[in-house]
Write a protein that binds this ligand. Sequence first.
Ligand code: HEC
Ligand code: HEC
Length: 288
Amino acid sequence: MVNLRFLPLYLFLIGVFLLSCGKKEAGQPEVGDTTLAQSTESRVETELGITDSTPVVAVDTTPVTADTATATLDPKAAEGQKLYANASLGKIKVSCLTCHATKKDTRLRQGHTLAGVTKRTSTWAGRYKGDALAKNAYGGMLCADIFMLKAGGLKPAEVEVLNAYLVSLETAPGAITKNLTIQWAAKPPLEKDKFIDEKIAKPFVKAILQLPGDPAVGEKLFGRTCAGCHDLNADKIGPALKEVASDAEYAVTSVRFGTGAMAFYAKDILADQQIADIVAYIQSKTGQ
Ligand code: HEC
Ligand code: HEC
């Protein structure tokens, strides 16, 4: 039997419970993409477009698919395609496909398409040329090392199958066969133990901070690019962003120059105004 002497306490507890439910509903929409947080195997499947998870607010949920149906690839290239979409190669749970499309979709990635890369005579703005190209998966070695934290980089056998896959993309739609001119503001640090030269970076960051940002535009951009790796309130592939919301300068610097294992966004990938919009969105959601 319920002891009626405690009725006021019961009512109080029910009240507190109802209030906390209401708060959750009225609160911010959760921004999170389950795609990249899934178990390895299903994540590879997702990246190859086999499955997709329930849509979540503001996140681009179009299936991430690699180009070229597996059926048309020779066995080596098919192996390479799997590797390309494998988010468990390194300590950071991202794959080549997270950052490099091989065909057009609506996601906004840090790197350019790799379709056509085997026709380029120099990659990473001259870092890889001649024999070094094929030896280093045309520059994928550097990405594996600094963005994926893959111990020891890509192994020769991995390079071999990746190269075979990249060759199969030479004529894919949207292929870029000319050398890229990477539009970095000032060259970001590309060694693990190097840091941004604050003096060089500051003017670029300041210019972005002066732009008035539009949080509504920023929300869409966030969904198309950051949300795969970041949630505002919880750790994902990268840390929760609410912690850095009060420090717009740090947030802007991280996006334009990269930070630790996070890759930078060059100017032709995210314009200054777009970075200002994204940071305005993060701040609007975290009460800054
Ligand atoms: C976290 C993001 C990220 C991941 C993961 C990543 N890359 Fe990159 N990659 C970049 C960025 C940023 C650049 C700079 C050039 C650009 O904008 O494409 C780059 C450049 C390159 C280039 C040189 C392109 C050129 O023409 O200069 C190649 C080749 C490349 N990556 C291959 C790979 C391969 C293969 C993998 C998987 C093993 C991989 N990347 C994983 C972000 C990434
Ligand atoms: C491919 C995955 C990926 C994408 C996409 C990505 N980030 Fe990150 N981000 C990371 C990782 C991983 C770290 C942690 C890096 C480290 O400390 O080594 C990080 C760190 C950061 C930090 C520093 C956080 C801290 O607490 O020090 C900020 C700020 C940030 N990211 C903002 C963004 C924004 C804004 C976007 C979208 C424009 C974005 N990131 C896109 C993976 C990503």
